[in-house]
Ligand binder design. Sequence first.
Ligand code: UD1
Length: 416
Amino acid sequence: MKQIKVVGQKILSGNIEISGAKNSAVALLPAAILSDEVVIKNVPSISDVRALEDILSYLGADVYKEGNKLTINTKKVKNIQITEDFSNMLRASYYFMGSMLARFKEVQIAFPGGCKIGERPIDIHLAGFEKLGVKIKKEDNTYILKADKLIGSEITLPFPSVGATVNVLLAATKAEGKTIIRNAAKEPEIGNLIDFLISMGAKIKGRDTDTLEIEGVKKLTGGCVQVMADRIEAGTYILAGVMTGKDLKISNMNPNHLTSLINLLKEMGANIKVFDDYVIASKSEFLKPVSVTTEVYPGFPTDLQQPLTSFLILANGTSYIKENIYENRFQNVSYLKQMGADIEIDGDTLTINGPKELIGGVVTTSDLRAGAALILAALVAKGTTTIKEVKYVLRGYGNIVNKLTNVGGEIVLEDV
Ligand code: UD1
């Protein structure tokens, strides 16, 4: 088991460079299947990406790595079943549904894994595929999706699901005729994917809007993309800076993708300065409490809800967070309480009474962002905190130990 030990109350100062976005990379790698050879730059060094490289190799692709650049040749990719061993490695394995359908009009894949933060059904993805002419069968844990031909269609998503938007988009790129996806998700990672698909020759209109128009094409070829900066990683380190930084620079990021967080921090009186592609954050006294609701983009991201909870423990008064997207995303709370936080859970809402001093101890990570939240808490806690099961954190935060060590954090990764 991998665990992290953090000695708290160190001042973080220097520069943290943000890596490529996990949620972009995990859509871009499966999208490689649509073309013959693609180049993906600025790929983050995280275990979710390594899992996708394994799935691509299993399917027959040649994956060449050169620093942060991947060249993926998919000419020898075969239509073989993606078994549970592979699909279970990560949630985004289900993007092979869309990409394999586009390539072979058929895919067999076991139900995806991923963080247990709620039910996470895939009914919206499947309904979208059906509209494109796909027949769906489920045998035990395996979905068998097959179409005689993919036919463009008008699809209105009942909820702007990120995953469903990506999956339907992937399949529609090679459908016959035009597909319109209404109520599509507008998360910037989808824009990154659209740029990649267009670079292969796909015909897509409506980037960054909730209506996507895809004119299917027969063949896609080539393709090159730079993975956008990870807005959730950036947001997490900005919070670290406001909690315990001295001019901590968070660079190589796009503040426009984090407007909801930045506005909230300004409203609280946090000491942050925002520039074109970096933010400087310093420890802030007298933070005002706030009420926050998680929303789809550009609202406050659910992926920053747990890190924000650790931060609001330091605010002067009672803050509220309503989690609107997932039904089980509070698994960090009991550990934060163990460390000294005063937090109540009432249905989908947290009441956080601050400020409270946190004390180090032994805590366990249940999912990716819960782990990030516990690391933030440990950075300001008195004494040492041991955080177990950090494999979840390593899924999405590349080089987190080095990044924090380089700016003065005292943090080690141990294999026990
Ligand atoms: C993506 C992100 C994840 C982020 C989430 C919300 C990736 C790889 N992951 O996840 O980090 O937390 O967006 O911003 O990009 N739902 C259904 N049926 C469906 C699909 C979704 O009921 O078919 C529900 C989910 O259970 C959840 C909500 O819709 O409650 C949001 O899900 P969705 O936007 O699809 O998130 P993901 O794509 O799984």
